[in-house]
Design a protein around this ligand. Sequence first.
Ligand code: NAD
Length: 364
Amino acid sequence: MFKITLLPGDGIGTEVVNSAVKVLKLIGERFNTEFEFNTQLIGGSSYDVNGTPLTDEVLGECYNSDVVFLGAVGGPKWEDLPHNLKPEAALLKLRKALGLYANLRPAKVYTPMLSYSSLKDEVLKGTDVMIVRELTGGIYFGQPRGYDEEKGFNTMIYSKEEVERIARTAFELARLRNKKVTSVDKANVLEVSQFWRKVVIEVHKNYPDIQLNHMYVDNAAMQIVRDPKQFDVLVTSNLFGDILSDIAAMITGSLGMLPSASLGSKYALYEPVHGSAPDIAGKNMANPIAAISSVSMMLKYSFQMDKAAEVLETAIESVLEKGYRTKDISKDEDNLVSTDEMTNKIIEEFEKIFAKEALNVFTL
Ligand code: NAD
């Protein structure tokens, strides 16, 4: 049995988490796995009830579960609150409390979505990159930092342990994929990058089955746009990862399609990349694919249910292939569907693919 703490949050967060749960319930039935759901408040909806966007009790529930699944937080209603009470503060607190140092952002192109990208089909087709961004160290946290009338300054610093653990995460992930890691740094200019590279090479000695190469960050930015297919797992620091993951995401399509995972040594958090989308909240218009793809990541990386993840990904691709689209990704000729309809279509396809695969097993 797997215990999942659900944190739907605000706006479309609740709608897309509903979709994710529907899908998970079906997968539980089909793969004989029990998922226990425990729904808790986070963000503005927590502030309204508890006067804080994340209570210690909810954190305690997260500590007691196998994984946390989050929708999104925020909205205009809470915009004027002091910084520490804003819904978004809950996210930072949660990530920190769970020690989530590795942020995984896949940039995978579904073939039916090729024409939605700014890149040419032949450049993009077959792209499947996993960006592994160090999330709790580097220049965003380094001391000293500050500014005065004359200067502004930050410190990019990494300890050996911080680089070792993110490198291990990248190599382990590559083992589940195409066994190739590209470590991105700026070792031609920055000492912190020279150190990063040295440690990554050291960790790599334990992963002789994985191919490792190094790339400067400016070149990596160009290569993601020029030839994204060359990458399998790309591992990098907090600052570089922040920028590269957005570049990689945008070549593949819409915000409503992007899943993510944040992993620590003990805990894991899965969430769509998008926010609470107040402009479409409550209208049954949100694209649930980012959340449902986050389920697929959860199945693969936390529950080792690779087959279920694969069937789910195929179901999403198949629904897109048939032309079903939520508004954010629709063109004139498409079949426009609501959040619920898109979820049900994915469930129908999942059932079909599952039944076909089961038949294959019986007829072998
Ligand atoms: P947003 O991601 O919520 O929305 C940006 C645009 O994309 C909007 O037009 C929205 O309608 C559209 N969009 C986003 N997700 C979609 C989906 N699944 N289906 C269809 N369309 C989708 O970003 P924003 O408008 O800058 O922020 C809104 C609120 O969300 C703010 O309070 C912000 O702080 C918060 N936010 C939260 C998270 C999070 O919880 N992880 C992330 C980003 C922003």
